[in-house]
Structures are given as structure tokens and as C-alpha cells.
Design a protein. Structure first.
Length: 290
């Protein structure tokens, strides 16, 4: 294929792009692939999770602006392009029963309407591959589930000349993937590697919850080797300073151990309009050859 390859990663909030598939994106950028992150919301209702910034009056009063600046820093670190879909963060409802979602938030927008916004961006950027979340959202945040819904709808509609005719010339992406970076397989492998080396594992509670859950394991179809870009991933993640404590959970596993034990980022192939053989080691498998 002589045309420049293009990858679009659709995420719910600023920081999601750095915790899910960031090393993959950095790898492809280094190979000359054009990569665009589509961020559905501004993260306006995200809690300040970094204890070093909690209580900062400027950050609390300007969280939308602060998170946009963090996104720009992470974008530069990863070398990607980035576009905002312009929707408002829904927040993560807590309580029993759960409170209603706030009026006007992303998760309450009509799916067809929000899919149309994404279709317009797809037709402008013309990606060959799109990555997003599975039907559970990775975790059950309403914005993650909505991101899944509009991504699937937009993948189907973008190439249909009768769908959203006002959104530009049709363009059909060829493959759709779900991020599966926090799979049980990876987590268990890292957990045992830490224990075997006499180190403390942060994953004990995760594994216990999985053992108590009846949710089936996801099908990891695609393993992208990108261990050399794990440090870039972490640097981008730390750029989201309101969300990430550099001394926190995300960084408890030594880098060298991660690179040795699980040197890939993993995906589930959800839809493909090209022939490919599973398992894959490239999101563009079946496209490069055509």
C-alpha cells in the first residue's frame, strides 16, 4: 500500500489516550503512520486524583482549561494529532441507587447525533483503522460506554453515502479494534512475575474480583510489540497531572519487568473488511498488503 496509513483512536476523556494504547500510537508515529486521537469530552467532571494537586484553588476553578493543557502536552509527547468532539463529561455516578446523569452530558446525547459528529471527523481524517472501547467501556463509566456506541455506529455509517450526507464525502475504515490493555491474562502474568521476584503486586484485588466475576475473558486477537515505547507512554500519562500521581498505582511495576513479561499492547479485532490471520501483531495487518 503506497498511501500513508492512518489510525484514529477514539477516547472518552483526556488521559484515556495515554493509559490505553499510547505505546502503540507512539510506535506507529515513529513508523510514519498518521495518528489522530478523537477525545469525546473535555473531562470537566473528572475528579482531581493526584493528591499533590487536590485543594489547589486554580486547578479546581479551571479544571476544563487545565485538562485541555494536559492533553496538549500529552499529544506532543506521543507525536499524535488530536481533535475534540466537544461533548461535556458525564462524571462517574456513585451511590445506591445511582443518581441521574447531569443534564446535557455526553452520555445523554442521542447516539445517532453524536455518531454523526464522529462520522464527520472520520470522513475528514480518513483512517484505515479505528480503536475504541468494548461494549463494557473497559469499565462501566457512562462516557466510555457511550464512546463504544458512537464508535461502532460511526464505523458503520462513515462509508455510507446515504448516512449523514452533510458530513462530507464517504470514507469506510477497514478495521475496528477494542482496547484490551487491562486483560486478565496480562494482569495475572505481571502479578506472578512480581511475586516471583519477591516484589509486592498491586494486582491482588483485581485478580480476586475477576475470580469472583462470571464475566468471560475477552478474546485478545492482536498483540502489538511496543515495549520500547512504554517510557513514552508513561511520560504522556504523567502529563495528565490532575489525574495521575507519579508515585501512584500506575507506576508500581518496574519498567524492565513490564517490558520483559508483557512487551505488547493488546486489542480485540471487532470488525474487519480485509482478510487477516489471527493472531495479529499489527493493527494494519491485511491493509499493508493490499
Amino acid at each position: 500500500m503506497t498511501e500513508q496509513l492512518r489510525l484514529m483512536a477514539v477516547h472518552a476523556h483526556p488521559d484515556d489516550e495515554s493509559s490505553k494504547g499510547a505505546a502503540t500510537m507512539a510506535k506507529y508515529v515513529s513508523e510514519g503512520v498518521d495518528v489522530l486521537v478523537a477525545t469525546c469530552t473535555g473531562g470537566e467532571r473528572g475528579s482531581i486524583l493526584n493528591p499533590k494537586l487536590q485543594g489547589d484553588p486554580y486547578v479546581e476553578a479551571n479544571i476544563h482549561e487545565v485538562r485541555a493543557k494536559e492533553m496538549e502536552e500529552a499529544r506532543q509527547i506521543l507525536g499524535v494529532k488530536q481533535a475534540w468532539l466537544g461533548y461535556v463529561d458525564s462524571g462517574l455516578p456513585e451511590g445506591d441507587p445511582l443518581p441521574p446523569l447531569p443534564e446535557g452530558c455526553f452520555a445523554l446525547v442521542d447516539v445517532a447525533e453524536a455518531a454523526g459528529t464522529l462520522v464527520k471527523l472520520i470522513r475528514e481524517f480518513r483512517p484505515h483503522v479505528i480503536t475504541t472501547y468494548d461494549e463494557h467501556g473497559g469499565y462501566p463509566h457512562p462516557d466510555h460506554i457511550m464512546t463504544h456506541q458512537i464508535s461502532v455506529a460511526a464505523f458503520e455509517a462513515a462509508g455510507d453515502p446515504e448516512a449523514y450526507p452533510e458530513a462530507g464525502e464517504p470514507w469506510q475504515p477497514l478495521k475496528l479494534y477494542y482496547n484490551q490493555g487491562f486483560s486478565k491474562q496480562r494482569t495475572v502474568a505481571l502479578h506472578h512475575a512480581l511475586l516471583d521476584r519477591g516484589l509486592e503486586s498491586p494486582y491482588g484485588d483485581w485478580i480476586k474480583r475477576w475470580e469472583e466475576s462470571d464475566r468471560p475473558e475477552r478474546n485478545l486477537t492482536t498483540h502489538v510489540p511496543c515495549a520500547e515505547f512504554f517510557p513514552v507512554r508513561d511520560k504522556a500519562l504523567i502529563a495528565h497531572a490532575t489525574q495521575i500521581d507519579p508515585d501512584g498505582f500506575w507506576f508500581h511495576v518496574p519498567m524492565e519487568l513490564q517490558q520483559e513479561v508483557w512487551p505488547t499492547e493488546d486489542y480485540e479485532l471487532a470488525k474487519s473488511l480485509v482478510d487477516t490471520s489471527l493472531p495479529e501483531d499489527d493493527l494494519f495487518a491485511g491493509i499493508r498488503e493490499n
